[in-house]
Design a protein around this ligand. Structure first.
Ligand code: 26W
Length: 821
């Protein structure tokens, strides 16, 4: 989606001579893109603009790397299967303070910076929260001058593009590399070999100390690094995001080629290419496929080899690794790195098991991002053994070590020991990646206070009893550079004009806005900003969907992955119920509201996809019913991504954070909305709990069961059918949906979805419905008094500076990584 507004903030005083920049653009266009201005396309200009800013980063990049090397600074390596970056150009311009200069330099050639910025494809190398958090962290680590490297996979196809056909989600391949990627540097010389399969042989070790294992893989690939510079605020430091791409060791099998098998000769090439071609599009159900495990090992092994090589380029051996390095595991996806480091220590660098284990345990830290049982990764032992025979041996050895310690402590019964084991034994034997990460790490953190408590009580309760100091909390955060300064220039300008510039470097200074919450003039300005942002969204919706919206209506927004636990269904049912009420009580003074939805469903997640169809069906019926008199509209915006979020969040009045309590680990959308002056309607789940503490109970609308109550209800005999019988509104809405009021072409379409609520209602939609519906009517009342609403919204913006990822990263740095900030 396009953005056409000028930036509000520059990271530094203007430092470039515009005419020099303009000349440089031409040089670059000519000699690096290979085009004359007269024939250059917009994409060519985009490429040239990116290359010019990239050049500006390089000196700082080299300098940042050299400084870390010479000082022997401890480094952080952030291993993540996903980096959901979005666009990078504005980030770089704005962090380097050259946005305005660039705008003018491009304008000198009749090129509109906003038009070319909109052509930059989103780097969508992630599914949702976990990937976006990794991107915010990369930016904050650079801003806080922490020597950090991100490691991940250079997927050729990021998260699929979503189209809505006849209300249904259709997945299309995403091709972000189509026009090349001007940001990246390919470094063929830095490639590593990665093996799979084969067998393990014992040989007498040269040191004469017992045996050494040698793994002879049957398949080999090259992992080639592609580096992207990540600039911190005010260009303080530039860190690298290193993404690995698979290539064949032998691009052509000469024997096959010479024998005339020209297609077979390319076999290796195709196999390699397949390895890093696509991002798995599921964010809750492990794919369970061999290719996924291969991807995990491929990037973890390449990263660990790279880390070890860098360490040994300065230090004599690996004993000092834990002093100089922390390898951070973003969820369990890279947990195999623990076994890979052990393998390198023992099989390549001659350490015995004890020495290797002592080093590994002090080197890794692990963040858990979900407690959903179906999202906890485990791999069948036979698959593991076939692909990674040496790692399987190492995992058994680690397991033996841990279980021995457990038994000898005498504090655990057999059930508890079974829970601690790295190997699940009930039924098909599986390797539990969470347990591997837990025992292999010196720190295990959750992502909100509630989630961390639940981790201790549930999935990791026995491991927590064994290592009671290991679990700690680091509540998530978001980078204000992207999620306020860049996406909401109007609000940023207003804040600067009101409290000055201190908040640009210290976001908690936003609290000075609290003093203006009751100020009539400031309220007017604040609401004018919101209004302008809403008009921008109205325009986008009209262009893209042909739906006309009223910018004075309350904009109620739920945007995130579509998942049953996130309860978009609760929101849709409430829309249906509101629709009924508006029609049956036309005499009441309803205030216009637009309910926005956006989000992707995993392609194999049947119910999530059906919920998308339902949102679209409900939208069609409500939006075209004249008796609603425009008081309610429902809009589903296709292809939700980072760039769409950047347009929708600044335009939101109400943020929907309504997951079943206990199931959302943290949420980060909640923080982005509050920072941009939306009120939250939410459950006491994830970081909402802390959001309430920061903004104040009176500035947030909380409803529904607590995590504890959810657990109690489930433990008892939860009967959703009885609750539905007692709630006339809910019953009517469910019946309407279930009997085909919104799907006359196929009345049975939602029969099972609705009967699921009557029967088990796994996500407690029925139990929370009445509370949610009353909370929404309370929101209506608040909206009725603009001065009160503005005051609450201003308090939200003023009080959520704490949710900056700078704060989160400072906590990681001092409490986990032990690097200076
Ligand atoms: C193996 C399949 C799979 C893939 C991804 C399982 C689970 C995941 C992620 C852990 C899902 C995820 O993105 N979790 C989200 O992480 C955010 C950052 O910590 C939190 O804010 C969200 O609450 C959590 O759902």
């Amino acid at each position: 989606m396009d953005k056409t507004s000028s930036p509000a903030v520059e990271a530094a005083p203007r430092q470039f001579v515009v005419s020099d920049l303009a000349d440089e653009l031409i040089e670059c266009l000519k000699y690096r893109v290979g085009k004359e201005p007269s024939v250059a396309t917009r994409h060519d200009w985009l490429s040239a603009a990116i290359k010019v800013v990239r050049d500006r980063l390089i000196d700082r990049w080299i300098e940042s790397t050299r400084r870390a090397y010479e000082n022997g600074d401890k480094r952080v390596y952030y291993l993540s299967m996903e980096f959901l970056i979005g666009r990078l150009m504005r980030d770089a311009f704005s962090n380097l303070g050259m946005m305005e200069d660039m705008r003018e330099a491009l304008a000198a050639h009749d090129v509109d910076i906003d038009l070319i910025a909109a052509l930059e494809p989103d780097a969508a190398l992630g599914n949702g929260g976990l990937g976006r958090l990794a991107a915010c962290f990369m930016e904050s680590m650079a801003s806080l001058d922490i020597p950090a490297h991100g490691y991940g996979i250079r997927y050729v196809h990021g998260l699929f593009r979503q189209e809505i056909h006849d209300g249904y989600q259709v997945e299309l391949p995403e091709t972000w590399l189509d026009h090349g990627n001007p940001w990246e540097f390919e470094r063929r010389e830095g490639a590593y070999e990665i093996g799979f399969g084969g067998s393990v042989r014992s040989v007498a070790s040269q040191e004469g100390r017992g045996e050494r294992q040698i793994w002879k893989p049957t398949e080999r690939f090259l992992a080639v690094p592609f580096d992207t510079p990540i600039a911190g605020w005010r260009g303080k430091r530039v860190n690298s995001l290193r993404l690995w791409s698979a290539m064949p060791v032998d691009p052509i099998l000469l024997d096959a080629f010479n024998a005339g098998d020209h297609i077979g000769a390319l076999r290796e090439s195709n196999k390699a290419e397949a390895l890093t071609r696509v991002l798995y599009p599921a964010d809750s159900h492990p794919a369970g496929q061999e290719l996924r495990l291969r991807q995990e090992y491929f990037f973890s092994a390449a990263s660990v080899q790279d880390i070890v090589r860098r360490h040994l380029s300065k230090y004599p051996d690996l004993h000092s690794l834990p002093d100089k390095v922390t390898i951070h595991l973003n969820d369990t996806h890279p947990a195999i790195a623990v076994a890979e480091l052990m393998r390198l220590l023992m099989d390549v660098h001659g350490h015995g098991f004890d020495s290797a284990w002592a080093i590994a345990k002090q080197t890794f830290a692990y963040t858990n991002h979900t407690l959903l049982p179906e999202a906890l990764e485990s791999w069948p032992v036979p698959l593991f053994e076939r692909l990674l025979p040496r790692h399987m041996q190492i995992i058994y050895a680690i397991n033996a070590e841990v279980l021995l310690e457990v038994r000898s402590s005498g504090r655990f019964n057999d059930d508890e020991i079974r829970e601690i084991s790295l190997i699940y034994e009930g039924g098909e034997r599986r390797v539990r990646m969470g347990n591997l990460a837990f025992v292999g790490a010196f720190s295990v953190n959750g992502v909100s206070a509630l989630h961390t408590d639940l981790m201790k009580q549930t999935v990791f309760s026995d491991l927590h009893k064994l290592y009671p100091d290991r679990i700690n909390n680091k509540t998530n955060g978001i980078t204000q550079r992207r999620w306020l300064f860049q996406c909401n220039p109007r609000l940023t300008t207003l804040i600067r004009d009101t409290i000055g510039d201190r908040f640009l470097d210290d976001i908690e200074a936003l609290s000075e806005l609290d003093a203006y919450a009751e100020d009539h003039e400031f309220q007017q300005q604040f609401s004018a900003v919101k209004r302008a942002n809403k008009e921008q969204l109205v325009k986008v919706v009209s262009e893209r969907l042909g739906v006309r919206l009223d910018p004075t209506a309350l904009f109620d927004v739920q945007i995130k992955r579509i998942h049953e636990y996130k309860r978009q269904l609760l929101n849709i049912i409430e829309a249906v119920s509101l629709y009924d009420q508006i029609r049956s009580h036309p005499e009441r003074d309803w205030l216009p509201r637009v309910k926005f939805f956006a989000g992707k469903a995993a392609p194999s997640y049947h119910n999530a996809k059906l919920i998308i169809k339902l949102a679209n069906d409900v939208a069609r019926v409500i939006n075209s019913d004249p008796s609603v008199r425009g008081l309610l509209k429902v809009v589903f915006i296709p292809n939700y991504n980072v760039s769409t979020a950047e347009i929708m969040i600044p335009a939101a009045d109400l943020s929907e954070q309504i997951s079943t309590a206990g199931l959302e680990a943290s949420g980060t959308g909640n923080m982005k909305f509050a920072l941009n002056g939306a009120l939250t309607i939410g459950t006491l789940d994830g970081a909402n709990v802390e959001l309430r503490e920061h903004v104040g109970d009176e500035n947030i609308v909380i409803f529904g069961l607590t995590a504890q109550e959810v657990a109690q209800w489930k433990a008892q005999d939860y009967r959703p059918g009885e609750i539905i019988e007692r709630s006339a509104e809910l019953k009517q809405a469910l019946e309407a949906i279930g009997t085909g009021v919104f799907s006359p072409d196929d009345p049975g379409r939602y029969g099972e979805l609705i009967s699921g609520i009557y029967k088990q209602d796994t996500f407690m939609v029925a139990a929370d419905f009445d509370a949610y519906s009353s909370a929404q009517r309370h929101v209506d009342e608040l909206w009725r008094t603009p001065a009160r609403w503005h005051r609450m919204a201003i308090h939200n913006t003023a009080r959520v500076g704490w949710f900056s990822s700078d704060r989160t990263i400072r906590q990681y740095a001092s409490e986990i990584w032990r690097v200076p900030v």
